[in-house]
Design a protein around this ligand. Structure first.
Ligand code: HAM
Length: 410
């Protein structure tokens, strides 16, 4: 039996309905904040991501050459693509630009629970606002969007300036390497790298940064940084709006383009792969031929949110099985159409089954049977059977539709 590729999943209808419901809630949250949906291609020129996204992601990409010899890749994330689109199409738009997306991404990673090779991100990018209010808006929107899904999570908010200040004397390559260990929460790798690079004096302050619970402690460890006032203002805005978060200046982020505020969220009930959102302030547009515009955004790992929420019952509208004798088929199709026009899901037999077999099938798949035989066709009626209670009554088509509609939103 042929299997799907490693790290991918199939979704059956119940799961798809649950996914669509949660997806709708996320889109709705973003809409309320003024973020409008955009869409970029599933694949991009490779260089879009090699320019700045970071070593990790480059090693994990699905790279291929097309028939014209172009180096392409399936997108491993959406931010770079959205900023490319901004440079191509959006430079003249009034700022700030508020965009959101729901898109599948591809990373060649070792699959495990919550880590897939094809996964979906719901994200936003706020382009052209370089203020504490912009940073705070993006964090608050991430919080609002995640809350709307029902997932429970811890939100950590930090800023790269104190960590970069501690690492200021390092060569850029070494700085990136150290930050990658911090991002992966790999203390052994970090220790080995610090020993190898003769930087063991940094072990303690780096560890302490992640432990700080107040902003002032951070500056005691890392020294005063020019960004201090901005960091304090962002945090004050979050506090004033009673956002439930924890300062965390140990956040390094895996992607290389971040420049300032960074944040991550962790689902409370997931294992190792518990990071459900990541984001922050960054600059990318200038690399793609645009202006050096400040941007800020996040992406939620939609699949991890779904794993965290778990299975739940879906309230679906009533389903009608239209059951008919062979000579009532034309009328049955009219009746099915009338139910559908009223927004009700109606399914008619396609298998040439007898009435008994049609009713047995409806009992498994529907809430009501609309039965049509010779008598109903002549009288212009429908015998409506409630398949849960077993009650049945002959009614006009309008009454039958009204009765079914009474049983819930369609
Ligand atoms: P990221 O942290 O690489 O950030 O990914 C965002 C989220 O995608 C992660 O927190 C995680 O929930 C989910 N995710 C990542 N890899 C996988 C995987 N293999 N399987 C399942 N879920 C995964 C970004 O992608 C940035 N573009 C976020 C951003 C937007 N920054 C600014 N704007």
């Amino acid at each position: 039996m042929l299997q799907k590729p490693r790290g991918t999943r199939d979704f059956l209808p119940d799961e798809m309905e649950r996914r669509r419901l949660i997806e709708r809630r996320m889109r709705e949250a973003a809409r309320r904040w003024g973020y409008r949906e955009v869409c970029t291609p599933d694949f991009e020129n490779l260089e879009l991501f090699t320019m700045k996204s970071g070593e990790g992601i480059i090693g994990e990409m699905y790279v291929f050459e097309d028939k014209g010899g172009r180096q392409l890749t399936l997108r491993p994330e959406v931010t770079a693509a959205v900023l490319r689109m901004y440079v191509n199409e959006g430079k003249v738009l009034p700022k700030p630009i508020r965009w959101c997306y729901f898109a599948d991404c591809f990373r060649y990673e070792r699959p495990q629970k919550g880590r897939y090779r094809q996964f979906w991100q719901f994200g936003v990018e706020l382009i052209g606002a370089d203020t504490p209010s912009a940073d705070a808006e993006v964090i608050m929107l991430a919080d609002d969007t995640l809350r709307s899904t029902g997932v429970t999570f811890d939100l950590h908010v930090g800023h790269l300036a104190p960590m970069k200040h501690l690492l200021a004397d390092l060569a850029p390559g070494d700085q990136r390497a150290i930050m990658a260990y911090l991002d992966k929460h790999d203390p052994k790798g970090l220790e080995a790298a610090l020993v190898e690079k003769n930087l063991t004096h940094l072990a303690e302050p780096l560890a302490a940064l992640g432990e700080c619970r107040t902003v002032s402690e951070v500056f005691e460890i890392a020294g005063d940084v020019p960004e201090r006032a901005r960091i304090e203002e962002t945090f004050a805005l979050l506090d004033a709006q009673e956002i439930d978060y924890r300062p965390d200046f140990g956040i390094a982020r895996g992607l290389d383009y971040y420049t300032g505020m960074v944040f991550e969220g962790f689902a409370k009930n997931l294992g190792a792969e518990n990071q459900i959102v990541g984001g922050g302030a960054y600059r990318l547009a200038h690399l793609f031929g645009g202006d050096d515009v400040a941007s800020c955004g996040f992406a939620i790992g939609f699949d991890r949110v779904m794993v965290s929420i778990g299975e739940f019952e879906l309230a679906h509208g009533p389903v009608v099985g239209v059951v008919f004798t062979p000579d009532a088929r034309a009328r049955a199709l009219e009746v099915a159409r009338a139910f559908r026009e009223a927004g009700i899901r109606a399914e008619a037999d396609l298998m040439g089954r007898g009435m008994g077999a049609q009713l047995a099938h409806a009992a498994k798949t529907a809430d009501f049977a609309a039965v049509l035989g010779k008598r109903e066709v002549e009288a212009g009626t429908v015998t409506l059977k409630d398949l849960h209670s077993g009650e049945q009554q002959e009614r006009s088509l309008e009454e039958a539709i009204a009765e079914v509609a009474r049983h819930g939103a369609c």
